[in-house]
Design a protein around this ligand. Structure first.
Ligand code: SF4
Ligand code: SF4
Ligand code: SF4
Length: 329
């Protein structure tokens, strides 16, 4: 991104928040998202992979698309107060490919792959809990961290709302609470951190799945379980464990009866950890340029807040469409 581009920035308060986010996002997009197009070449990880990391293996050949995992996730995270599980029998949601939302940390999408003999294949989506999380690497204030137990967690108390994490995530996962003007925050799947570390339970979605399409365990063992399933059922799966190496490796893994590009997965993420890809960019660009969009964002938010207080504005700007700001996985 050039300095001239920044100098043409609209005056804060005179453009929509959507335009503003797009404008400011370009500072890191060139460095962070650009990495996705690079050819795959394995790089050393920035830290040692732990055998203690937890993970989940998703078997797409077993999932029946009941969306009970979605319901359980919402309930476990305090959303959809009293929402009946029957509501999740509504299959009209499959009319479009959905992404995760601020109050919906997992979604199930339906696909009709060429290689599935006409039948549908369902794919659950949530945070992949990357070995080397791009969200954490892009965050200027350390609001994301990889825990020793495996989940990648977010701390809203230090977040400055720049949303670089949303731009950086190769799987289009983090969502933003645009409708919370006073204390907006980023949200995503936590791998049910409290349940698995303090309550000795499995994640809510895993526990709820009626067909055991989801297997919770140590990530180091899940790869072996995936391989065993492939050996036990020749021809049922393509020879690929998604997440074993993608983006440097992830704690959530998938096996599938069809190639992953036919069921909504990005197959261009490569095997290089994203922080490795962005390291050169971040060290080459002066910090003031990296910080500039965040400073502008702060100025914009402050101006909007003042307008609202003085009654000069016409209310809060319309909530931007998140899908325009974070790619789909
Ligand atoms: S999938 Fe995205 S949000 Fe989740 S850990 Fe990886 S980079 Fe972060
Ligand atoms: S692990 Fe927990 S937070 Fe993540 S998708 Fe499953 S239920 Fe939701
Ligand atoms: S609960 Fe299990 S079978 Fe149902 S949609 Fe979720 S992963 Fe698939």
């Amino acid at each position: 991104m050039s300095v001239q581009h920044q100098s043409r920035s609209p005056t804060p308060g005179t453009t929509s928040r959507r335009d503003f986010v797009k404008l400011t996002s370009s500072a890191l997009a060139a460095g962070v998202l650009g990495g996705a197009a690079r050819p795959a070449h394995a790089q050393p990880l920035l830290h040692t992979v732990s055998d203690d990391w937890n993970g989940v293996l998703v078997d797409l050949s077993v999932c029946v698309g009941c969306r009970k995992c979605e319901w359980a996730c919402r309930k476990a995270n305090g959303f959809g107060d009293g929402e009946p599980i029957d509501a999740y029998e509504d299959t009209s949601v499959f009319g479009q490919t959905r992404r995760t939302e601020a109050d919906r940390f997992t979604v199930v999408n339906r696909f009709f792959p060429d290689d599935a003999g006409g039948g549908p294949v369902y794919a659950k989506k949530q945070c992949m809990h990357c070995f080397e999380p791009a969200c954490a690497s892009a965050c200027l204030v350390g609001a994301f961290r990889k825990t020793p137990e495996g989940p990648v967690l977010y701390d809203s108390s230090v977040c400055i709302g720049c949303r670089y994490c949303m731009m950086a995530c190769p799987f289009g996962v983090p969502a933003y609470t645009y409708d919370n003007a006073l204390a907006p925050e980023v949200r995503k799947c936590t791998m049910c951190f409290e349940r698995i570390t303090k309550e000795g339970k499995r994640p809510a979605c895993v526990e709820m799945c009626p067909v055991e399409a989801l297997t919770f365990g140590k990530r180091s063992e899940l790869v072996g379980i995936a391989r065993q399933k492939m050996a036990d059922h020749p021809g049922r799966y393509v020879d690929h464990i998604y997440g074993e190496h993608e983006a440097g490796g992830t704690c959530w893994l998938y096996i599938s009866p069809v190639p992953f590009d036919q069921v909504g997965f990005r197959t261009d993420v490569g095997t290089t950890p994203y922080p490795e890809l962005t390291k050169g960019f971040l060290s080459a660009v002066p910090m003031v340029l990296v910080m500039w969009p965040a400073l502008l964002m702060g100025a914009y938010a402050f101006t909007e807040h003042r307008k609202r207080l003085s009654g000069a504005g016409d209310g809060a700007p319309s909530a931007p469409d998140q899908s325009e700001e974070a790619g789909h996985g």
